[in-house]
Design a protein. Sequence first.
Length: 429
Amino acid sequence: TSLYKDTNIIIGGEVKEETYGDFQEEMDMFNKAFLEIMQKGDAKGRVFTFPIPTYNITKDFDWDNPKFDQLWKVTAKYGIPYFANFVSSDMDLEDTRSMCCRLRLDTKQLKSRGGGLFGSNPLTGSIGVVTINLPRIGYLANNEKEFIKHLSDLMDLAKESLEIKRKIIEHFTEKGLYPYSKFYLRHIKQRLDKYWTNHFSTIGLVGMNEACLNLFGKSIASEEGKKFSMNVIDFMKEKLSLFQEETKNNYNLEATPAEGTAFRLALIDKKRYPDILVANEDKLKQGAKPFYTNSSLLPVNYTDDLFEALDHQDDLQKSYTGGTVLHAFIGERLDDPISVKNIIKKTFDTYELPYLSITPTFSICPEHGYLNGEHQNCPKCSKTCEVYSRVVGYLRPVNQWNDGKRAEYDIRKEYECPTKEKLKTKAVC
């Protein structure tokens, strides 16, 4: 980025005349080698599930540069990388830090605390996340006014929890129980008198779709459901602003990954309120476990049209201040890696959502390695295969997922790869 391009390099503790920008060729070599390793996988053909690189796509991104060919190949085969949208988004590249599997921090408000970005970042993050169970609120409330009142009360409780946690980890850091964090955050402490003052308190949500179903009987895909969801998110952001004024601590709103939460809360609610609606009501009679739809996403079986999903989700996705991602689940490996490039380019030219992943389904045979698509048994030797897809941010064998996430996978509609004609005709918003 421009932040480091003109910054002098440091070797052996000495500042040199050369800048980071002078070593672009070496960086390209490293990036190419990294992607070649990720493309190959391990000795058994299994994907390297970590690290998950995030590639920032800016307005001046050179789409036709051959040095990115390996990136499109890796994405077409495994779907490893995340892509951050700095094309249509109004977010400044220098004001954003991507962490975890989706946490995205807008650090503009940290600048006013002194030291500038170079002095205070990337020494930021989140001290913790409290997720609000929206479906239960929708079930218990009689109308939108009651819903908002109940939501407000739970957010107050979440704030209290996060403030207590902040005090505890600050105290533990003072006492030396987090020695590495104490060292890395020492300059923040010297300047601002607290170690964790540049870290956010995060509140998230789960099950907006089921909240709509339980409250007024329509899904988030409906016009009424979409409008209600936007109102809820706007209310939550306004309340978080009040929390910031009250506590002088940073708060943000995240589309919680909810790998376990979406299942655990649905399981608890079904036991306590048997007639509460979950995401897979029809499948419960067949023995499936219940789950809630992640954050404010469409139902997982709503559409196989990627652009239909993007049209609906764009306003919602860009409303979060603490991170969100839209996973484009594709049924199998994309034979032409250039199609990956075209999908990402069209998406970021057209929409403002901050984060996108392309996730093909693939299988690993213990004998023959990588297999394109979903195969419970190897077509060559009939041995049992591991079927991989993305759960939250990570690629994992589906048989290792929790019962709720496996139930979600079973009804998930995968997106069809858009044709060249559709990519050409899709209007820019």
